[in-house]
Ligand binder design. Structure first.
Ligand code: SF4
Length: 437
């Protein structure tokens, strides 16, 4: 039984680090507290409760979380600080010793937050409560968030069964699981009823959708495509071996799925892919890119790569670089390999020094800049449908085409959350978006 009086007149501030999945889950935590009457802090307002949803994807992510928690403690003196998310799940003891932390919640407990906020009494420094953690995380907690009125992030799947050699996410988020197609359609209908126009399907390994419900990813996207009111869906990062040719063909002919893909390659060297324990090779990856371009020549394809993984010799990196260069893709998201405790990658002897990692990263970023530039340039003079967003910056507003080209126009409030067909013009001054003709 929850004592509602604990939450009377309370104000909460929410902080999210890391992925879109965390953003979706923080939003759900916010809804859970709002149902108890807890109001969200306005900018600059002191909160009684601070919820920090953390990330632990790299060493740097852990460091940023520690810094953020300390900063939040100073911004909200006396507030009850709850830390959850991947860093809290993987290193609860370490988190409990960070100055100001009162409660550490694991991945399984994050959405049951009310059960743990029993008295909101500040704990003595260094004695935060660690809610009992479940190692075998199996619950699927539905979540959907909006970053503004336009775009919503719908969590369709959680966890991962892949255990790539460098990754701790399966330990932080547990085994692959998902909600039912019916529950996803219901959430999409709710978004549409509230006027939301765009939904991004998110998860840890979304191509694995259906494993825990006996359904399939293709049936999920078929069902979502029928939801009236949603203008477009985007599929966030999906493993190359799980994006089937059938799904690619479906997107090409669908009513609402955007020609926009985000596919993690991680390395363009088959030898490194083996060391990483990825489940595909470069031939399969190339086939997927070519298949997408064959049926959707203007599709935007973003690709994740990691540089400096243990075992990535100069020769392997050169293989990777030339493979990546040869792909018809639009942008690279380049990450530097980070050592994570408990991973199999630590058994590989060959270590890449930081200077080499940095140089490799620069090389790939240069390739990415060239490819993105060429992709935008190829669209100048073309017609496209742009969904305009709320954000206003320096008198300008932005929107995105179906194939993820950023468009900039002078701010016009009547266009927020509206779609318009435009002709794409030249670059804006900073070369970050296209103007319209
Ligand atoms: S697919 Fe590999 S890299 Fe991605 S979450 Fe699973 S284990 Fe980590």
């Amino acid at each position: 039984m929850i004592d509602k009086t604990v939450f009377e007149n309370k104000i909460a501030a929410y902080y999210t680090l890391g992925c879109k999945l965390n953003f979706a889950e923080t939003s759900t935590i916010g809804k859970v507290l709002a149902e108890q009457g807890v109001r969200k802090a306005r900018p600059g307002e002191k909160a009684d409760i601070c919820v920090v949803n953390t990330c632990s994807v790299t060493e740097l992510a852990d460091k940023k979380c520690r810094q953020a928690i300390r900063r939040i403690g100073k911004q909200h003196p006396g507030a009850f600080i709850v830390v959850t998310g991947c860093y809290a799940q993987l290193k609860p003891e370490e988190v409990s010793h960070i100055e100001g932390v009162d409660l550490v919640l694991g991945a399984e407990q994050k959405l049951d937050i009310l059960m743990y906020l029993d008295n909101l009494k500040k704990k003595e420094e260094g004695s935060a409560v660690i809610a009992s953690q479940t190692k075998d995380i199996r619950t699927f907690s539905p979540s959907c968030s909006a970053d503004d009125r336009t775009r919503h992030f719908l969590k369709v799947q959680d966890g991962c069964d892949y255990f790539c050699s460098y990754c701790t996410i399966p330990f932080a988020r547990g085994r692959s699981r998902n909600g039912t197609i019916a529950s996803m359609v219901k959430q999409a209908e709710e978004v549409a009823a509230k006027g939301g126009k765009e939904i991004v399907l998110t998860g840890v390994n979304i191509g694995d959708f259906g494993k825990s419900t006996g359904e399939t990813f293709i049936d999920l996207i078929r069902a979502l495509d029928e939801v009236e009111g949603i203008v477009r869906y985007r599929i966030s990062s999906i493993e190359p071996n799980l994006i089937t040719d059938e799904a690619i063909d479906f997107v090409a002919h669908s009513k609402r799925f955007a020609p926009h893909f985000h596919i993690p390659l991680q390395s363009g060297s088959d030898d490194v892919l083996k060391l990483m324990r990825r489940r595909y090779d470069t031939a399969l990856f190339r086939h997927k890119i070519e298949k997408i371009k064959e049926v959707m020549p203007h599709a935007f394809i973003g690709v994740d790569v990691i540089v400096g993984t243990r075992g990535e010799t100069d020769a392997y990196f050169e293989d990777a670089r030339s493979f990546i260069e040869s792909l018809d893709i639009s942008q690279l998201h380049v990450f530097s390999y980070s050592e994570r405790p408990g991973t199999q990658a630590l058994k590989i002897d060959y270590v890449v020094d930081p200077k080499t990692k940095h140089a490799r990263s620069q090389q790939l970023l240069d390739i990415s800049d060239r490819k993105l530039h060429a992709f935008y340039e190829a669209h100048i003079g073309r017609k496209a449908n742009v969904l305009f967003e709320q954000t206003r910056k320096g008198g300008m507003m932005h929107g995105f085409t179906e194939n993820y080209i950023k468009v900039e126009i002078p701010y016009d409030g009547s266009l927020v959350n509206e779609t318009r067909q435009v002709t794409l013009g030249s670059w804006n001054e900073e070369k970050t978006a296209l103007n319209i003709l």
